[in-house]
Design a protein around this ligand. Structure first.
Ligand code: PEP
Length: 249
């Protein structure tokens, strides 16, 4: 049985005060469960969040990680730096990074490997744009995005990674994939991995992301190949985020 994971991506939102109140409210609402829960906070709040979450079931993640280990890379944050703040996860290849900051399949593969070299679990985001979906390119886009990492890091690396399917047209738009649309892609991804290594495919957590809300989470999470969610906007409200977490049980 795969453990379910619910991951919040705060993006560039919040403040020191909001980090404290949100972490405290989430922790207060957690009950014992097999579902993993993580918040990916802005870099500058990792230190505060690490203190607030220490010893609690709420795990911590970053929203990105450098594609190099150290050196003259102004503005970047390395995996070893993240490690100093109890970061268990790092998102890599989020569509906002790919679209606005030039992250390529190759640099995403490097970020993925940098995270893993420091024992950080990468949450590898993949997904097609609306135009690509309408041109029947969904599976070829997913293939390209996954193959870049598979070729660089190998299938075995996915024993310690999470994949998030995030159709770009559903992110922050209020328009979510239907349960069946999401399941179709999740199944495709799992079968792709199964063709290389059945055991790794069976245990790989594949999250869905794209306008997940308390009222649509249950249906999505009930699908056989959906193992939880990567939650943007709805993770900024503790009550809503906790409802999504409950829906995953
Ligand atoms: C995301 O940014 O990963 C995301 C899924 O955002 P939202 O839930 O707001 O669509």
């Amino acid at each position: 049985m795969r453990q379910t994971l619910v991951a919040g991506n705060w993006k560039m939102n919040g403040s020191k005060a909001a980090t404290e109140s949100l972490c405290k409210a989430i922790i207060a609402g957690l009950n014992s469960s097999d579902t993993g829960i993580v918040v990916c906070v802005p870099y500058v709040y990792l230190s505060d969040a690490a203190k607030l979450t220490e010893g609690t079931p709420l795990d911590l993640g970053a929203q990105n990680v450098a594609d190099q280990s150290s050196g003259a890379y102004t503005g970047e944050i390395s995996a070893s730096m993240l490690n100093e703040f109890n970061c268990k996860y790092a998102i890599v290849g989020h569509s906002e990074r790919r679209t606005y900051y030039g992250d390529t399949n190759e640099s995403v593969a490097s970020r993925y490997s940098q995270a893993q070299q420091q024992g950080i679990v990468p949450i590898l985001c993949v997904g097609e744009t609306l135009e690509q979906r309408e041109n029947d390119q969904t599976f070829s886009v997913i293939d390209e995005q996954l193959d870049a990492v598979l070729n660089a890091a190998g299938i075995e690396s996915f024993a310690k990674a999470v994949v998030a399917y995030e159709p770009v047209w559903a992110i922050g738009t209020g328009r979510t994939a239907s349960d069946e649309q999401a399941q179709e892609v999740h199944q495709y991804i799992r079968q792709k991995f199964a063709a290389k290594n059945q055991a790794i495919a069976d245990q790989l957590q594949i999250l869905y992301g794209g306008s997940v809300k308390p009222d649509n989470a249950k249906g999505l999470f009930a699908m056989p190949d959906i193992d939880g969610g990567l939650i943007g906007g709805a993770s900024l409200d503790a009550e809503g985020f906790l409802k999504i977490y409950s829906a995953s049980k």
